[in-house]
Design a protein around this ligand. Structure first.
Ligand code: SF4
Length: 360
């Protein structure tokens, strides 16, 4: 039977789960305006209050040394490179301390996969942040870094995660998922066992009580089928433990990456809004879908709040990974509140776990 927008809409409004065919239709066949209206309706059902949340956060990096060589990455430097750096635990604590003075409550810290760093380095950072800055949630290390810790220490993923938990860590960022399809992984990050490991790390983490985010970087070599596969595997994992707090998509930025030769431009706002709305409809077991003023621009971020998103991301006082591609946006807490209000919603500051701290 041919998929129609009315058919998908009736299914969604009746509370039925959409399938792969519906997903392909949403990504490649539905009109953008129909899609936005349906996604906004699904968002209103889940979050009836016209509130949009944001977090005061920062994304420092502790090392840019990495030997995974992803072709979409402009941030890393190979071991021994002139521009390679690794900061000590004390240096990172000083930076985090300066962020705490600015009201930061989430520090999303990631780096390259640096095989010179022992597991104790990571554990010490988590412990020290918990002790010195109890108001800050250490939202540290993407899945590939956790895998690197397991390789360096000889421990299993579960043992590494348990050690991080014992040190005081409770959440993980979702970076490094890109597109969870074997076909895409082989093309853009051949050394990274993305599909299995990203899912394995998050599955193990959720089983131990961690919460994490699921991300998606699109706009490179993927097809709509690959995106549906991505939606499908994260929705299935969410069915297992309910450990994901939010879904966060963004477009690939080609500047200064090896992939720029094949993909010279980043995907535009229309594609972003389509991804966001399709994810709100497909991921029926995710509470929060994040709009990004940072990765897509402030105006697109505002429009995205009407295409299914209920969260505006963070203040991102420091960010170096996107910046390495030459793509830079800056904001302040006050401007975020204004942008949310201009879009027709009330801003609310939240924690890493999406608990509301204050409605403005
Ligand atoms: S994306 Fe991460 S794992 Fe891949 S090269 Fe860059 S720093 Fe390394």
């Amino acid at each position: 039977m041919t998929t129609t927008f009315e058919g998908v809409r009736d299914k969604v409004l009746a509370g039925e789960r959409v399938d792969r065919n519906d997903g392909l239709f949403l990504l490649a066949g539905a009109s953008l305006l129909d899609l936005g209206q349906l996604a906004a309706e699904v968002r209103r059902k889940r979050h009836p209050e016209p509130i949009v949340t944001f977090v005061i956060d920062t994304n420092p990096n502790y090392t840019n040394v990495c030997d995974v060589d992803c072709t979409f990455c402009a941030f890393y430097r190979s071991p021994g490179h002139d521009e390679a750096y690794t900061h000590s635990v004390e240096e990172m604590l000083e930076r985090i301390g300066r962020s705490a003075e600015k009201g930061v409550t989430t520090v999303l810290m990631q780096g390259g996969v640096n095989s010179e760093l022992p597991l104790d380095y990571y554990l010490e950072l988590v412990r020290a942040v918990r002790e010195r800055y109890p108001q800050i949630t250490p939202h540290f290390w993407s899945a590939v870094e956790i895998e690197g810790m397991a390789a360096v220490s000889g421990l299993s993923l579960q043992e590494v995660l348990r050690a991080l938990k014992d040190a005081g860590q409770t959440t993980l960022p979702g970076g490094g998922a890109e597109i969870l399809s074997e076909r895409v992984r082989k093309k853009i990050s051949h050394k990274k066992n993305v599909t299995v490991s990203w899912l394995d790390v998050h599955r193990e983490a959720h089983a131990l009580g961690f919460r994490s985010t699921a991300t998606m970087m699109y706009g490179h070599v993927e097809t709509p089928e690959d995106i549906v596969e991505h939606f499908e595997v994260i929705r299935s994992l969410q069915d297992e433990h309910g450990g994901f707090t939010a879904f966060v998509p963004w477009s690939f930025k080609p500047g200064n990456t090896p992939l720029v030769k094949k993909i010279p431009r980043h995907a535009g706002p229309n594609q972003y809004l389509r991804m966001l709305a399709a994810s709100r409809i497909y991921l029926d077991n995710f509470d929060h879908i994040q709009a990004s003023w940072f990765s897509e621009g402030k105006k697109t971020g505002q429009v995205a709040l009407h295409w299914g998103a209920d969260d505006f991301g963070g203040t991102l006082f420091e960010e170096n990974v996107h910046a390495a591609t030459g793509f830079v946006n800056k904001t302040s807490t006050d401007e975020i509140k204004t942008l949310i209000r201009e879009a027709g919603f009330r801003p609310a500051q939240r924690t890493t776990l999406y608990e509301i701290l204050e409605v403005f």
